[in-house]
Design a protein around this ligand. Structure first.
Ligand code: PEP
Ligand code: MN
Length: 360
């Protein structure tokens, strides 16, 4: 996929600040939409969002106002100058979004999982000059996310961005949707020219962690945010727990620390180079040590083969893990990190030993 031109829209909309898309989960009434928008008028908020059709997990909940809400959004645009963004989930929504001249269309997480729906929407907006933002699919599948982007690219859309909104998981955890940072960073690495926007609201699922999540996004160089904002969050008809008031959003923005993107300062560069040199050196040593460790594991594999012993020796493995956790604790390395690291090392050792055992 050619991605050279993909982010010129971002420079036009948000040349000075990170892109900020704010507004309610759902458009509920004209008053709620206008009051929320009026509270958001600020040079650091460039786009007003509102869900007009709501994909709800179970039937019987509020499913959005639909077409009658679109003129309310036009009013917001005329009155505040903000651009307007809505979610579209099928070709009919796409046609209405074009009819009402909505600026930015986004594909929701429950739609990007479905290649048929994505293709139908792509065909419906073929040739339009709209900006399209594609949320990650609900399940952590990088190819599916990339596939959705490709479908819009194939119909000639050039103004494409992606939104990282986290991934659902079976087990309840700290977040409503697990961030799985590595997956999003893999996307970023493969397509560095596609702007990536963070949606702290749908990751957190509760308003008290929106700020921390947004700061994390800035630190990881996300180019923008989508944050659900409601004039009266507790009374919201959808996603009440995660919405903040316009005033709270402005306080969050005020507190966010924009790390310098500009590395023109030679003193800073020298300092960074100094530390990066040390990191490179340590990384080399780590890799050499790991390689040595693997060679020893292979030697053990050969002995196991001679004696016809199983590769996995659970007791020994538990002992290694426990020792590593204890040592890690003394070295200020978290148990979670040690477990992940040693599982990966152990997996590689097992694979190497298996090759030896399989060889005649
Ligand atoms: C939303 O933005 O309100 C929404 C439904 O998001 P998602 O597709 O990420 O669940
Ligand atoms: Mn929502």
């Amino acid at each position: 996929m050619q991605t050279k031109k993909l982010n010129h829209w971002l420079e036009q909309i948000a040349p000075q600040y990170p892109l900020m898309i704010a507004g309610p989960c759902s458009a509920e009434t004209e008053e709620q939409v206008l009051a929320t928008a009026r509270g958001l008028v600020d040079k650091r908020i460039q786009v007003f969002r509102a869900g007009v059709w709501k994909p709800r997990t179970r039937p019987g909940n509020f499913e959005g106002i639909g077409e009658p809400a679109l003129p309310w959004l036009k009013k917001v645009k005329d009155e505040t100058g903000m651009k307007i963004a809505i979610e579209i989930a099928n070709a009919h929504h796409a046609e209405l979004a074009l009819k009402y001249d909505i600026d930015i269309l986004w594909i929701g997480a429950r739609t990007s999982v479905n290649p048929f729906a994505v293709q139908e929407i792509a065909d419906a907006i073929r040739g339009s000059s709209k900006i399209i933002l594609i949320k990650n699919p609900v399940n952590p599948d990088l190819s599916l996310w990339i596939g959705a982007v490709e479908r819009f690219h194939q119909v000639g859309m050039t103004d494409i961005g992606v939104i990282h909104r986290g991934f659902s998981s079976f087990r309840p955890g700290q977040y409503r949707n697990e961030p799985n940072w590595q997956l999003a960073l893999d996307f970023k690495q493969r397509y560095p020219n596609i702007p990536m926007i963070l949606d702290p609201s749908h990751i957190c699922g509760r308003r008290d962690c929106i700020y921390d999540m947004a700061q994390m996004g800035l630190d990881l160089q996300y180019q923008g945010f989508m944050i659900e904002t409601h004039i009266n969050p507790d009374q919201a008809w959808s996603d009440a727990k995660q919405q903040v008031t316009p005033k709270q959003l402005l306080q969050i923005i005020e507190k966010l620390c924009l790390r310098k993107q500009n590395f023109a300062d030679p003193e800073l560069l020298d300092k960074l180079d100094f530390y990066r040199g040390q990191i490179n050196q340590l990384d080399n040593e780590l890799l050499e040590l790991l390689s040595e460790r693997m060679k020893i594991a292979q030697e053990i594999g050969r002995i196991k083969k001679q004696k016809n012993v199983a590769v996995l020796q659970s007791a020994r493995w538990e002992e290694i893990m426990q020792k590593a956790i204890d040592k890690g604790q003394k070295l200020q390395l978290s148990e979670k990190f040690i477990r992940r690291l040693f599982k990966a090392i152990h997996q590689e050792s097992i694979e190497k030993q298996e090759v030896i055992l399989k060889n005649k």
